[in-house]
Design a protein. Sequence first.
Length: 283
Amino acid sequence: MNMRSKPFIAFTLAVVLLGTAFVCGCTDSGTGPAETETISVTGSTTVLPLAQLTAEAYMDTHPEADIQISGGGSSVGVTAVGEGTADIGMASRDLKSEEVTNYPDLVQHVVAKDAIAIIVHPSNTVSDLTVDQIKSIYLGDITNWQDVGGPDETIVVVGRDSASGTREYFHESVMDKEDFTTSQLEKNSNGAVRQTVAQTPGAIGYVGLGYIDATVKAVPVKTGSGIVDASVATVISGEYPIARGLNMFTDGEATGLAADYLAFIMSPDGQALVAEEGFVPVA
């Protein structure tokens, strides 16, 4: 072979390779990665950790799904889904009458049950409280722990802000819709309530069951039938008096990824995660 033939051979090979690539491209079966589908879920900080846990588990087996979770409170969640700025709204309470009027197409999905636990600083020696005593503390009528069997210490009342579904439920079921004391410290999440109580020896607060940890002490509630701890078992049995459902709302019946995600939460695997997060399964 002479030297002048080499450029010709190289050119011929390039043409063949280019043609092969073109044919392969034209006969591609279209089996590339699926298009990502995104939904947004927002609202209650009580439901938030459950939503995050179940979304992560769902996306682990559905790589084409993108479930974006954020908090803000139950009122934020209901408004967002009602106004169409979110696909799912989380709420730790039922809809208010004005929300039913404003957003008549919202569909309720009860994904778990929860207890509202009364928490104090771990050093507090109070052994239990009745619902009436809790109400009196939050009204501002009882201001020292020694009046309810605790230490001689001023009570620091900690609660939630007006966007909170936990506050709304507490206001109805414990306070009988009477006003909270004006000295109440209002926090925008369960985590913020827990942190404040953990750092304040005289404080009292209320949080969802999943937020109880070693940094705070959960105070049992004294009822007519005995002293009852806030727990999954006492919510299931109906013994614990301050318990409610946890909800996700959709605008109309859920479709697409939202429907599939909700179905996963209600599946045995999803409800196992409900229990893992410290809430009460409903299915």
